[in-house]
Write a protein that binds this ligand. Structure first.
Ligand SMILES: [Zn+2]
Length: 93
């Protein structure tokens, strides 16, 4: 059975916090093969992850870098939120 975009989104965000089962990983991979929107979303999620980690690790070293990271993370997070809403809205019908 193929996952919906919504289910894929949930699973991908969970995959950042826990290890997915083999079954879940396969389902996500299958969905990503056919869904361009979710593929883009994965990239953005990973980017946010990297940026937030960089923000926290560089917190004490250099205010300029801290400021830049924070702004970039916020911008990307807002964009991702918007895309997620649009994307999962479409999926509800
Ligand atoms: Zn999708």
């Amino acid at each position: 059975m193929m996952l919906s975009c919504k289910e894929t989104t949930v699973m991908i965000s969970q995959s950042l916090d826990r290890k997915l089962t083999l079954h879940e990983r396969i389902n996500v991979k299958l969905h990503l093969l056919i869904c361009d929107a979710c593929r883009k979303m994965v990239k953005q999620m990973k980017l946010i992850r990297v940026l937030s980690q960089r923000y926290y690790t560089t917190k004490d070293s250099g205010t300029e870098l801290q400021h830049l990271s924070e702004a970039a993370t916020t911008r990307i997070r807002e964009r991702l939120d918007r895309e997620l809403r649009e994307h999962s809205g479409k999926d509800d019908s």
